[in-house]
Design a protein around this ligand. Sequence first.
Ligand SMILES: [Zn+2]
Length: 476
Amino acid sequence: MSRQAELDQAAHERRDQLVSALIDWVRIPSISGVPAHAADVRRSAQHLRDRACEAGMTRAEVWETAGHPAVFAERIEDPQLPTVLVYGHHDVQPVDPLAEWHSPPFEPAVSGGELQGRGAADDKQHLLMHLEAVATLLQVEGRLPINLKLIAEGEEESGSPNFEALVRAHREELAADVVVISDTGMLGPEEPALTIGLRGLAYWEVRVLGPAADLHSGVFGGAVANPVAALCRLLAGLHDPQGRVAVPGFYDAVRPVSPGERAAMAAIPFDLAGFQAAAGVPALTGEAGWTPYERRSVRPTLDPCGIWGGYQGAGPKTIIPARAGAKLSCRLVPDQDPATITRLVREHLLRAAEPGVVVEVDDLQHGAWVLTDPDHPAVREAALAVAEVWGRSPALIREGGSIPPVATLAAELQAPCVLFGVILPDDRIHAPNERLVLEQLFRGVRATTRIWHRYGALGRAGLSAPAAPPAPGPPR
Ligand SMILES: [Zn+2]
């Protein structure tokens, strides 16, 4: 029996154990966004630390932050071997609306090859997938082919408010040749994928101020500016008729997408009908000249996320509102800098302000984009490992969303990031009836042992990119 066949056999025999370990952990309601669950998040961290020890990590600790605790674990075999840092999170989303769950979210149930429960897919399965790969490798080979570090955040579902400070405080301990993020998914059970890019984020609140107080629309209407109307015109002016963002300079830093990259994207088995159905819209729209997949991955956006102003109660109330406001967000792509985009958008909004109102813009959030060279050895070897297990090469995809901790790790550790996760599009993460498909998890364990062997065989030198360096987003 080959070494890999032995590993697969051992992983196969450990499957029931893995499922019951996952059930035990999903029972802990580690909801970071609900203060009443703070003790549960801590219990989840302690639970994970103990699991990491059992799996064979030689150091496992709960790391305190200003908020919920994180968990760090490592097993250093030999400083000459490549070091990989795995990132995941042990907190989970809230469960409401509870009435829509078919079974209680923290009483996980297995049926039909699926395990249902809040946090089962996102992200507890991935952390256990990694610990299971460690336990399997140690059982069969007695050592890991790499040095492994693991950081599990406890506040990812709450916006990672303390993660950057945590990484800065522990930069030496977290240092690695490659960062493997396991918090994403694939295109389908037979459509494997690795994620190599994420968009960045910038977020603002805009306020349009008019009269000192709401005014009588008969006495003043027609002679004073109306902030609600002025805000609507401002927002309407943010895009041109082709769906392009109309802020001057907005696209200046956007890195061109080559014809080759566009051809590769066109070949990705992206389920357009499923995407539209998931959105629940009568038609897909967007920037002219780009496909829906491109619009949501390699093109930047600017979207109002909320709007308010004036009277919204029952019946009529005849006023000129004193103020109006909106929340705006951008998804950013290489090489857009959140701070530069913030300046451009603010200047544009202030310039476009009509006489009679004052426009204010507050900066709420910045997050850098991430893009790893698809030809980087860490990506290539992970893709080969995934192909061996799934029976076909994974699509290398750029996700439209932003995972700020990934940008933080890329920028602080100056290491390439490979996003390897097994979540499926219909796993209902963040929604009622979250589930995971056990076969995805089992395949994930088999792929992980292969990835570590491939990285170990390449060695530290082979794992560093020959030409293009990793491309983390601009510093925040
Ligand atoms: Zn997640």
